[in-house]
Design a protein around this ligand. Sequence first.
Ligand code: DQA
Length: 161
Amino acid sequence: MTQPSSQQVHRRILLINGPNLNLLGLREPEIYGHTTLQDIEQRLSKTAKKHNIELISIQSNHEGELVDAVQHHGLLADSENKIDAVIINPAAFTHTSVALRDALLAINKPFIEVHLSNIHSREPFREHSYFSDKAVGVICGLGHLGYDMALTYCIQSLYSA
Ligand code: DQA
């Protein structure tokens, strides 16, 4: 059977960034780099557009807002507006949030977990993630390029599904 090309099918990806990632560029640049979140969102949006994918970007410092966004875009929106996959950097919620984990499991969409820093080479409390065992994949320690890699994977897998 012929696979639909990226020109024929419209897809949606939800990009979620958790607390303090609005400060990228200003926040501990020796760990998180100098690239701003706006730079990352714009770059990914441009790449996604080339593949006929709409990127919906959300950043919040509030756990409930992220849970609401996942519920809305993943399950409650009209079927033609629902997202197909999630790229998420849960930031500090990585290590604390059962609520955000449960929201991602509730929508039953594939998600990729991204971290700018290598969470395994920092403080011990960062080693545990409430997301990794359910993620399609985890990218960490590659700085802002990790987001591009996650998007590349999504593009390939969405159009070969
Ligand atoms: C982070 C790593 C987390 O431990 C931390 O709380 C963050 C950012 C990262 O991208 O490296 O806020 O998710």
